[in-house]
Structure formats: structure tokens, C-alpha cells
Write a protein that binds this ligand. Structure first.
Ligand SMILES: [Zn+2]
Ligand SMILES: [Zn+2]
Length: 467
């Protein structure tokens, strides 16, 4: 295996592991016609591998946020693709030949992915752009440097068909959740360019009306259109939407890729046309393990909640910090803990450690205990003006919110003496309340602790994996 990817199968509700190359093959061939030329398919394969590299947690990706044990799910939530059985039943007796062609194309792509500044790109694609692709901000409001408008001559032959959709105006209002001024339309009002110069007699009967460029008498309309009397009106009912091209116009134009491949362009050349300024590099040179390389973190398993003279929750906090350490170390981080045993660590020692290590972040985990057992949920604190910590805190809280049922009460500013003495970016996470049954059950549970550590680790990874 070059790299294992965990896939959630929405059909069978199970998780299995595929090699990134096999998964890329399946994704590419499920999303581009088999009849396309080699280099176009290879471009699609590189995009599929890039997408997987971006998603896979062990490569620093964020995984599928609906199925958190998986890197991607096999649905439009992450990416739809056929599994091998489905593909073979679609292909019938062609299967073996076809699969071996796809596999050799995968081999020819030499484990390549598309990156921008060292990070895998978002490999958007669409069927045919109709003449030019789009700037990303025009589609989803987010300016992405490599998704720029590109003129595309190549798909012209394939997108001459214009797609028309007729839609009832009332229906359109419903779908788009909007209101036209239809309701105020007087039946029989002028519609510029279509029905104009309406003349009625005192009874409201149409004497003459100009339709298009011809003036008709009311009586003529009765005869030609077949309506009941000259006391008639009209209103627009249907709008026709006309479109050229297929898809949102973001990223690679598939029929454009086909056209370029037929002209002898390589997969790399094709990708570089549709994704401005990218590099194509082999996966092994994209060093995801170095995402956090040499970055130091100081984790502080706090002293827990003081109940009388006893501190509670210390073990749990230490356990969670060890799990976070393990996850971040996998990505090359150097992670230090303020204590390794179930003992008390005074604040001056923590400050001294932070001073000598000078970590990127000092992250302290703690828990509460209150007489009022209704109090529950997580707060994250940072020092006033510590914007880096604020960003990280928001990322962690977002992950905690998706991975746990702890109530996320927000990121807050606190004037703690710890923050004043520690000279590095620092966060204090009050995970929840031992005195609250719901919170306590999460802290006791193996899955609960794993989810909390996963959430915090991912928040940190996300902080360094902005792209
Ligand atoms: Zn998914
Ligand atoms: Zn195109």
C-alpha cells in the first residue's frame, strides 16, 4: 500500500481501508467517462488522489465530518464513487480489460498530487465550462488563488447543446424562496417588447393591442388564439432558464481536458491550465508528517477540580493529554506535558517549562466541580489580545462541538494570572463539570476521552493546515 485511506461505505454502513491509488482509480473512473483519452483520465486520477490526500487524517486532513472514524465517505457528502463490484457489474465482460487500463493509468501518474504552496488543492471539476471557468469567489464567495477564470476553447464541441428549463413562476418563487411582483400583476398589463399599446373601450374590451411588432384588433385575437371574448387579459406564467455548459465552472473542465488530451497535452499540462499556479508533486514528497514538524506544544493536564482537599479528574486530564500528544507526534510535533504522573504541578513550574521550551502554544486542560450539578459544558479562555490563541480556540471548540455532546459555551477572554506570567500563546480549556452527570459520563468513557482528544488535536492540525 502506498497510503491507506479509511472509507465509510454509505450503502453497507461499514468502514474499510483502501490504498490511496485504488481509491483514486475508483473515484476518477466513477466521475469521468471511461471513453475519455488517457491524459484526461490521468488528470482526473491526480485530482482524486489530491482530494484523498487532503481528506486523510493521517496525512493531516480533516476526514469526513459525518463519519468521524473515516477519512472519506462514499457519497456526495465527501465524494461519490462506485466500489469495484458496482463498477464491474456496470462494465460486464469488459471489466477486466477496463480495470487493467485504469490501473496502468494510475501507475503512470506516479503517486502525484496537485499542490499549492505545498498543500493539496481543492480539486474542483465540472463537466463542461462552456467557454471559460469561473473565479471561485463568484461561485462560493471564497477567493482561492488557484481557482481563477480561465478561457477554455476545448470543450466547445461538447457544450453546444443548450439546456433549457421551463419553470412556472410560482414554482420558481417557491424553490428560490423569493417573491416576484407577480402577485401585483394586473391581468392585462403591458409586457415590454411582447404585449404593448393596449387600447380598451369603456367596457374594458380590447380594441387594439400590439403584440410583438404587429397591431391586432381584439376580434382578431379571439379568432387566432381561441379565447372567449374581447374582454381578456394576460399574465406571464413560465420563465425559461437557458444555460450553456454543465456544472458550476469551478476548476477542471472535463470536456476541456478531453480536448486538450486529444491535442497531445499531458495530464500535468491540463491540470496547470485549470488550476493557476499549482505544482504537481509525488505524494511522498508532500510531507504531511512534517505538517507540524519541529513545532513544540506544551500540554498541561491541569490539576483538576478541587473538592475539599482532594483534586478530582487529574487522571482523566492526563489521559486526554497523552492521547493528544500521540496524535500530534504522528505529524512530527514535539509535544511536552507539564506532568506525567498523577501529581500536583505548581504554577511556577509550568511557567518555567513554558519559558525554557518556548512552545507554539501552551494548552491547559481542566475540569470543574460545582455544588450546582446543573452547570455543564466547555469554556475556552485566552488572554486579551492573543489573537492566535483565539483562532485556535475557535477551531478546537468547533471540533469539540462536532465530536462530543459537551455543550460549547464559547471562547472567552480571561485575565488569569497564568496568562500574565506565561509569555507564549496560551489557552485554558475548561472541558466541563465533574459535578454534572452528562459531562462526567463523557469523562469516564473511553470513547468520550478519545473524542475530546481527537477534537483538540484536529483543531491544532487545522490551525496549521489553512488553505
Ligand atoms: Zn463524508
Ligand atoms: Zn471548458
Amino acid at each position: 500500500m502506498t497510503w491507506p485511506v479509511k472509507i465509510f461505505d454509505n450503502e453497507n454502513n461499514d468502514i474499510y481501508t483502501l490504498d490511496i491509488d485504488e481509491a483514486s482509480a475508483l473515484i476518477a473512473i466513477s466521475n469521468m467517462p471511461y471513453s475519455f483519452p488517457d491524459e484526461a483520465l490521468k488528470a482526473q486520477i491526480i485530482m482524486a488522489r489530491t482530494f484523498l490526500a487532503k481528506k486523510t487524517r493521517n496525512l493531516g486532513g480533516e476526514g469526513c465530518n459525518l463519519h468521524k472514524e473515516a477519512d472519506v465517505c462514499r457519497s456526495s457528502h465527501c465524494i461519490f464513487f462506485h466500489n469495484k463490484e458496482e463498477l464491474f457489474s456496470l462494465w460486464g465482460k469488459e471489466s477486466t480489460n477496463r480495470w487493467s487500463r485504469v490501473c496502468s493509468l494510475v501507475t503512470e501518474t506516479k503517486a502525484q498530487i496537485a499542490v499549492m504552496n505545498g498543500n493539496p488543492i481543492l480539486p474542483f471539476f465540472h463537466k463542461a465550462c462552456g467557454g471559460s471557468t469561473e473565479n471561485s469567489e463568484n461561485i462560493n464567495g471564497i477567493p482561492i488563488t488557484y481557482l481563477r477564470k480561465t478561457f477554455c476553447d476545448y470543450c466547445k464541441d461538447n457544450c453546444d447543446d443548450i439546456i433549457n428549463i421551463d419553470i412556472d413562476i410560482e414554482e420558481m418563487e417557491k424553490i428560490l424562496n423569493t417573491k416576484t411582483s407577480m402577485i401585483n400583476w394586473q391581468i392585462g398589463s403591458e409586457i415590454k417588447g411582447i404585449i404593448e399599446n393596449v387600447e380598451r373601450d369603456e367596457d374594458g374590451r380590447i380594441k387594439t393591442v400590439k403584440i410583438g411588432n404587429t397591431i391586432y384588433k381584439g376580434q382578431e385575437i379571439i379568432e387566432k388564439i381561441g379565447i372567449g371574448s374581447t374582454r381578456f387579459g394576460w399574465k406571464p406564467k413560465v420563465i425559461t432558464f437557458e444555460s450553456k455548459g454543465f456544472g458550476n465552472g469551478l476548476g477542471l473542465c472535463q470536456y476541456g481536458a478531453k480536448g486538450m488530451a486529444l491535442e497531445g497535452k499531458t495530464a500535468e499540462e491540463i491540470l496547470k491550465v485549470y488550476f493557476t499556479g499549482i505544482d504537481i508533486i509525488p505524494l511522498r514528497k508532500y510531507e504531511p508528517l512534517k505538517l507540524l514538524d519541529d513545532r513544540k506544544f506544551l500540554l498541561d493536564p491541569g490539576n483538576g477540580a478541587k473538592i475539599g482537599e482532594i483534586y478530582m479528574g487529574r487522571d482523566m486530564l492526563l489521559d486526554i493529554c497523552c492521547r493528544i500528544k500521540k496524535k500530534l507526534s504522528l505529524l512530527g510535533a514535539k509535544v511536552y506535558l507539564t506532568r506525567k504522573k498523577n501529581d500536583f504541578c505548581p504554577m511556577k513550574d509550568k511557567v518555567m517549562m513554558a519559558d525554557s521550551l518556548n512552545p507554539e502554544f501552551y494548552i491547559s486542560l481542566n475540569c470543574n466541580f460545582e455544588k450546582n450539578s446543573n452547570l455543564s459544558g466547555t469554556d475556552i479562555f485566552h488572554f486579551r489580545g492573543d489573537t492566535e490563541s483565539h483562532i485556535l480556540a475557535e477551531l478546537i471548540m468547533d471540533r469539540l462541538d462536532s465530536y462530543t455532546t459537551l455543550v460549547q459555551k464559547g471562547v472567552k477572554i480571561a485575565e488569569l494570572s497564568l496568562f500574565k506570567e506565561i509569555k507564549v500563546n496560551a489557552l485554558l480549556i475548561e472541558l466541563g463539570y465533574l459535578s454534572n452527570e452528562h459531562d462526567h459520563n463523557i469523562f469516564k468513557d473511553e470513547n468520550g476521552k478519545e473524542s475530546i482528544s481527537e477534537a483538540i488535536a484536529e483543531g491544532i492540525i487545522k490551525f496549521y493546515n489553512k488553505n
